[in-house]
Design a protein around this ligand. Structure first.
Ligand code: FAD
Ligand code: NAI
Length: 507
């Protein structure tokens, strides 16, 4: 009985503690402290983009040390790992967005944000050209912004490999707008298939959802889509349900090629159990309004061309270089051999450019284009810049003390001691180790409340898949959400969908 009472008390206290802490965080979020205004006399640090790399930099940067200017056409940070869940309405899109102004408002030193797209970087004159591509245009567009230091964190765009029809007829899955488009289109296909008078052939086409690309984006989306069908569409629109089919097309022999063999097998078996059709060794060559033309490599080495009718086509074949990055690469001679983005050194300095750094998917540092890499790179740059600012201030102080000693003003012994101490500090600060990526593991959702995980465990690797891994996947991504607000909204969305089902209205 006593043990039970103690357990009860401890549970009560921890619930109370969690509630108290959450209330404090929410209060703090709503009432940020005073900020010092941007100081134009300090070095101007321009940061392009509000994605994983740039936001990790902003989060860890002491903005009081620089005159910080953030430029991005997207005035929010997007938590991409949960984006596939937005395509079916499991999670509402605003739950995984964090306004950049809210992020900046919580910094000690205020920073400027401009909603614009950078179109050109002049590394000689140290200016960037920006245009306002939003509906309401600013007074001066294009506009030039000078910088002393520049961080390029513009990410990547969707790869199409020049395949005809992809841009015109398929949906990508990279931004919030893409997820909204997919959500609308799924229900448009369902409702149109359910219309009286449709031919069998047309109904089958409309209910065929094709995903091209068996990387993590394609697999996660296919899993979410099949869940949507099993948990909601089937119940609400039973008439068309036998026709619903998801097909995942991958050019390589397996899906999730970056995962271990054991998890690839587990994923493929699970997807097949979920009734997702997997077409591997199949390369899409052409896309028209209603069909995908693909080439299948057969075991005997021959190739077969097939036409696959579709209602919804989601294109997830990885990354391509953004125009602004291409432009920089073409103008900087040291970048002429780089293909997949801006080649950077071990301090993320863009090779061949002065005072320019790059992070995330637009930088080629020898790592995979993932959020994990981008955010570690961003945090590294914040440490580097914080150190650079400290170094400058220490060097200034040492210079002042040395001048004082030369003029024989003040206590020379004290000054000499202080200089010695400052020089020691300076050596420690200046000794910044190069960037090293620390891989924490890979996680992917594969549908029917199962996930796969390749995680670092002690000194080895742990490959696991199933329902427990799914709980781990959920808690890992929940803990990684940007803010408490995001975390609370995502939990509420999950609970809401569990209790009432996804909202299938097509708005
Ligand atoms: P992004 O996050 O793409 O941000 C780029 C920023 O630059 C955006 O704000 C954009 O608006 C801005 N921008 C673009 N052009 C310009 C311009 N001309 N001027 C100024 N700003 C510009 N990775 C993982 O590690 N784990 C996951 O679970 C995971 N899930 C994913 C799920 C999906 C659906 C997708 C698409 C990706 C996922 N990734 C995941 C990959 C991860 O999202 C990317 O690697 C990461 O976003 C890269 O960060 P970034 O900062 O380089 O670019
Ligand atoms: P990806 O590059 O990982 O995979 C794209 C796939 O499309 C490849 O397997 C490729 O063989 C295939 N493909 C290319 N052209 C094709 C064609 N014409 N026909 C058929 N198949 C074709 O791209 P993805 O999934 O968009 O991921 C991009 C990056 O984001 C990766 O680094 C990935 O690791 C990361 N990411 C990580 C996630 C996670 O950890 N859960 C989730 C989503 C993305």
């Amino acid at each position: 009985r006593t043990t039970f009472r103690w357990i009860w008390r401890l549970t009560y206290l921890s619930v109370l503690g969690t509630l108290g802490y959450t209330a404090y965080v929410i209060y703090d979020d709503r009432n940020p402290g005073e900020q010092s205004v941007p100081d134009p006399s300090k070095k101007t640090l321009v940061i392009l983009g509000t994605g994983w790399g740039s936001v990790a930099l902003l989060k860890n940067l002491n903005t009081e040390n620089y005159n910080v200017v953030v430029v991005s056409p997207r005035n929010y940070f997007l938590f991409t790992p949960l984006l596939p869940s937005c395509t079916t309405g499991l999670i509402e899109h605003r739950s995984i967005m964090e306004p950049v102004r809210a992020i900046l408002r919580h910094k000690k030193g205020a920073a400027n944000y401009y909603e614009a797209e950078a179109t050109h970087v002049d590394t000689e004159r140290k200016v960037i050209t920006v245009v306002d591509n939003s509906e309401i245009k600013g007074p001066a567009t294009p506009n030039e912004i000078p910088y002393d230091m520049l961080v390029v964190g513009v990410g990547a765009e969707n790869a199409t490999f020049g395949i005809p029809g992809v841009r015109e007829h398929s949906c990508f899955l990279k931004e919030i707008g893409d997820a909204q488009r997919i959500r609308k289109k799924i229900m448009d296909c369902v409702e149109t298939a359910a219309l009286r008078g449709q031919s069998e052939e047309e109904m089958n086409r409309l209910m065929h959802m094709v995903v091209v690309g068996g990387g993590p984006t394609g697999v996660e989306f296919a899993g979410e889509l099949q869940d949507f069908f099993e948990e909601d569409i089937k119940k609400l629109v039973p008439g068309i349900s036998p026709r619903f089919k998801v097909t995942l097309i991958e050019a390589l022999p397996n899906v999730l090629p970056s995962f271990s063999k054991q998890l690839i097998d587990y994923t493929e078996n699970t997807l097949r159990e979920e009734k997702i059709d997997i077409m591997t060794k199949t390369m899409v060559k052409n896309v028209t309004e209603n069909t995908v033309e693909a080439e299948i490599s057969k075991p005997d080495g021959t190739k077969e061309r097939v036409q696959i009718p579709y209602g919804l086509l989601v294109w997830a074949t990885g990354n391509a270089v953004r125009p602004i990055v291409k432009d920089m690469m073409s103008r900087i001679p040291a970048q002429k051999d780089s293909r997949r983005g801006l080649a950077v050194n071990e301090y993320l300095v863009v090779q061949g450019a002065r005072d320019v750094w790059a992070v995330g998917d637009c930088a080629v540092a020898g790592y995979a284009p993932t959020a994990q890499v981008a955010s570690q790179e961003g945090s590294f740059l914040a440490r580097l810049f914080n150190n650079m600012a400290k170094t400058e201030s220490l060097e200034g102080r040492i210079h002042d003390l040395s001048s004082k000693m030369n003029l024989k003003a003040g206590n020379a012994a004290d000054d000499a001691r202080e200089i010695e101490l400052l020089e020691k500090q300076l050596r420690r600060i200046k000794d910044v180790k190069p960037f090293r990526y620390s891989h924490q593991g890979s996680l992917a959702y594969i549908g029917s409340e199962k996930a796969v995980a390749d995680v670092s465990w002690w000194n080895g690797n742990l490959a696991t898949g199933g329902s427990l891994t799914y709980l781990f996947w959920r808690s890992a991504y929940l803990s990684m959400c940007f803010s408490t607000r995001n975390r609370v909204l995502v939990i509420l969305d999950w609970l809401k969908s569990k209790a009432f089902g996804r909202d299938i209205s097509r708005e």
